[in-house]
Design a protein around this ligand. Structure first.
Ligand SMILES: [Zn+2]
Length: 247
């Protein structure tokens, strides 16, 4: 008989993929990283564990770990749903944060840091509490890129290190460009407000997540830039981000 151990983990459900006979595969995240487990009979009406494996629910899980390391749900208790009821933009933004997190910090991601989970949870709580969805989404987007090793240098010109006369963001070069290094034939200048927003979203702390609401029209060009940057750096194209920009 195979040995199995029981472990406890508390985390947030990222995705539930239905399988045969009311079973499901569940992806979740906690302070140790993204993990997945098999949940038997979770789609049955009588399942007592069903509410704990709703997407974006913060839950306590008791899991059986097989000798090969695969996990199966034994018992789940939902603590709190981290989604704001009835607010389409907040719900869609939460969905984007979830898809981004699941893909960027995939199971087995080497440099996982508990701060990633803390930022994810804080961002979802801010959305639930009514903070501006697109601002919260962009702040998390920027920090997630940084945690994944794709941060942009928004402290100085990436080419010469100058801190003054910054005139553009170059996603291809990975950061700010100063006026001396700006190539009018290759690049276009970035409006000053967008440069400031970029610096804010990459550099602010967790306590600043709900402090500011930028205007949507100033945020969309940055979403477009980061979306293209994400695609070129990682190959990831997120369905939820496409949807978010259409609302
Ligand atoms: Zn320069």
């Amino acid at each position: 008989m195979a040995n199995s151990a029981t472990i406890k983990r508390s985390g947030i459900v990222l995705r539930v993929t239905p399988l045969k006979e009311a079973d499901a595969m569940v992806n979740a995240i906690d302070e140790s990283g993204v993990f997945s487990f098999y949940a038997h009979g979770i789609k049955k009406l009588a399942s007592k564990n069903a509410s704990s494996v709703s997407e974006l629910c913060l839950s306590d899980f008791v899991l059986n770990e097989s000798s090969s390391g695969s996990l199966t749900l034994k018992e789940g208790n939902g603590q709190q749903i981290l989604v704001k009821d009835g607010d389409l933009l907040a719900i869609s933004t939460a969905g984007f944060l979830s898809e981004l997190t699941k893909n960027l910090f995939f199971e087995g991601f080497d440099d996982f840091n508990p701060e990633i989970y803390a930022w994810f949870k804080a961002s979802l709580l801010a959305l639930k509490a009514g903070a501006d969805p697109l601002t919260v989404g962009l702040i998390y987007f920027a920090h997630a890129l940084s945690f994944a090793g794709y941060g942009l240098d928004v402290n100085q010109c990436v080419n010469c290190g100058a801190k003054k006369n910054i005139v553009a963001i170059s996603y291809a070069d990975g950061g700010y460009i100063c006026n001396d290094c700006f190539d009018a034939e290759e690049d276009t200048k970035t409006p000053l407000l967008q440069l400031k927003i970029l610096r804010y979203v990459f550099c602010c702390g967790k306590e600043d997540i709900s402090r500011i609401a930028f205007e949507d029209k100033d945020l969309y060009p940055i979403y477009d830039g980061l979306e293209q940057y994400l695609l070129e750096a990682t190959g990831l194209k997120l369905k939820t981000l496409e949807f978010l920009k259409k609302i």
